[in-house]
Design a protein around this ligand. Structure first.
Ligand SMILES: [Zn+2]
Length: 347
């Protein structure tokens, strides 16, 4: 059963009002009660639009007038008004009230469907001048992820650390709630952008033994979602700052590794303690200082890619030598006949 609504009263017009007056009344009410302007008046605005879509359409207005006993006084009797009058008289004298009720509810059903269909068109028409973006109810939008770079040193990478990062968040403008306009004029708080920026300090724990280039995800600390959407995530790109022995370059890691004189001469397998784990490196016999070894695929791993470890060996003379070692070096000196400097000027 459709409840009777006085469309004229809703729009603040009379049964004599012209289409121009009805349109202007609707425009005025829409500015005040459109849910984009005032969400709490959505129901009222629905009635306003229902009244408007009915009264602006001459055929629908005629039927509405017939069913609810309204007359347009100032017009001369047209044939359609004559029909109205006849219909009115007929229904007024009709003893069977149920029939009228059926007609009414049937009309109501049809009208409801139709008014839903024309609803969007009407809004578009009226709001063209207002703003195009306010035509639809805002859809939930998930907040964007934010990426920030964090540089830590090797000791911090080994032991784990904590960092406070200053993140620039973009959030919904609290004044206009992202609608950009308030009562038809640009929101002053966001200058019509619908969102505002805000710095936020976020303290993040960086776990021990973290690898260079790790993307650390901090859930929900990205940009806030809008209109009920989910918050984005914050991603921290961890950069490990090298030292005199270790350098990071993308996925590759460069190590300066000391070897002893006898390892250089005799060769052998050495174990190098790296952030990527312990690596075993075969040193060939007669290895010189400055020689490079590439360990393919053992560098930083990211998704499907992995970098290399490039080891540069340096012969390091131990600063504390035992008497036995000194004696052996002296023996070595006597046994050696090769002059390492003989080609100094010939090269
Ligand atoms: Zn705003």
């Amino acid at each position: 059963m459709i409840k009777f609504k006085n469309y004229y009263e809703i729009l603040g017009v009379t049964p004599d009002s012209s289409n121009a007056e009805i349109k202007s009344a609707y425009r005025r009410l829409a500015r005040k009660y459109h849910p984009d302007v005032n969400p709490s008046t959505a129901e009222l605005f629905k009635d306003i639009t229902e009244a408007y879509t009915t009264l602006i359409n001459s055929e629908k207005r005629r039927q509405y007038n017939i069913l609810n006993g309204f007359f347009e006084k100032q017009k001369t009797n047209t044939s359609s008004q004559k029909a109205e009058q006849e219909y009115k008289e007929k229904t007024a004298t009709e003893p069977n009230k149920k029939q009228e009720k059926d007609i009414k509810s049937d009309f109501g059903q049809k009208q409801k469907k139709h008014s839903e269909k024309v609803f969007a068109d009407t809004i578009n028409d009226i709001f063209k001048e207002f703003t195009k973006k306010e035509q639809k109810k805002p859809e939930p939008q998930n907040g964007a992820d934010i990426t920030a770079d964090v540089t830590i040193n090797i000791a911090e990478a080994l032991k784990g650390t904590e960092r406070t990062v200053n993140v620039l968040h973009t959030k919904l403008c609290p004044k206009c709630q992202g609608r950009k306009f308030i009562n038809g004029s640009k929101c002053s708080a966001c200058d019509g952008k619908g969102e505002v920026s805000e710095h936020r300090k976020i303290t993040v724990k960086i776990p021990a033994k973290i690898k260079n280039g790790t993307k650390l995800r901090v859930k929900g600390e990205g940009n806030p979602g809008k209109f009920g959407g989910k918050n984005g995530d914050l991603y921290l790109n961890i950069n490990i700052q090298g030292n005199s022995k270790i350098k990071y370059d993308g996925l590759n890691v460069y190590y300066e590794v000391p070897i002893t004189p006898f390892e250089a001469v005799l060769g052998g397998e050495i174990v190098v303690n790296t952030l990527e784990g312990n690596i075993r490196l075969k040193i060939p016999a007669r290895t010189n200082s400055g020689q490079k070894f590439r360990l393919s695929g053992q560098g930083v791993k990211q998704k499907n890619k992995s970098g290399d470890i490039i080891v540069t060996v340096h012969i390091e003379i131990p600063q504390s030598l035992s008497d036995d070692e000194i004696k052996l070096y002296e023996k070595l000196k006597k046994a050696s006949s090769h002059n390492v400097r003989e080609n100094l000027l010939n090269d």
